[in-house]
Design a protein. Sequence first.
Length: 307
Amino acid sequence: MSGYPEQVRVREVGPRDGFQNEPERIATADKIRLIDGLARTGLAHMEVASFVRPDVIPQLDDAVAVLDGIDVPDGVALSVLVPNERGLQTALEHKDRFHDVAIFLSASETHNKKNVNRSIEQSLEALERMVPVIKGEGLRCSAVIATSFGCPYEGPVDPGKVFEIGGRLEAAGIDELGFGDTTGMANPRQVREFFGRAFELSGLELTAHFHNTRGQGLANVLAALETGVRSFESSFGELGGCPVPPGSTGNIATEDLISMLHEMGIGTGVDLDALIEVSRAVQEVLGRRLTSHVIVAGPVGWGAVRP
Ligand code: ZN
């Protein structure tokens, strides 16, 4: 077991992964207010928009208005998700508004087909064309491989296949490689073995993107931390999920992640109280209660003395 780090990086993906999976379309003004609030909690990395087809994901059809409307402090690195070359072209028209382009595909043929209607090879070939374009514009490029730890349609996913895809993307010039447990199928033992191998194969910053669909999200974070992962993605309020299949709810909640890391003495730069306040405000926007642990219970040492 490696020692724990003093600091890890957390990228907030709620404004994209979260809002995308809400049944109701969130008003642009509310998105802007929430992103501006999140950006003032100390979160230094945020994925805030996606250039997907509006007829496919209408919840995110206001990417340009969101990017134009937000006012985030200097030093907050913004990321936008692009699904394909067409989305990238649109995104690049607004390239002064963000720092990083996130690209993705699935490690499972069936999930990739259902998610982006392409084979893995077709997706990879497009991404291999896109990465040099992104880098040529002076932007950072991060990639996420979805269903890295299991596919709801195909079952187990061969890590060798995931690393082969990762190797192609690394060769294409990406800066960061993320592995998504898109439908919450990973377990801590698997995560430990997976990242142990990943660090042998890759020289990139490796990021863990866990979902808490079955309650194993933070256990997986711990396993990843212990193999040397220093970069995590999470979603405030435990928002998020995956468009396919239905019922794939819940990224790990940013406030639960931050709370655990801080209790372990691992810094994140995030003000947990401020983050909880923003997460609670989202409940009013969504018209429902959010159920991340720390939203319900409050931070450690606080709940017991609350009136
Ligand atoms: Zn996700």
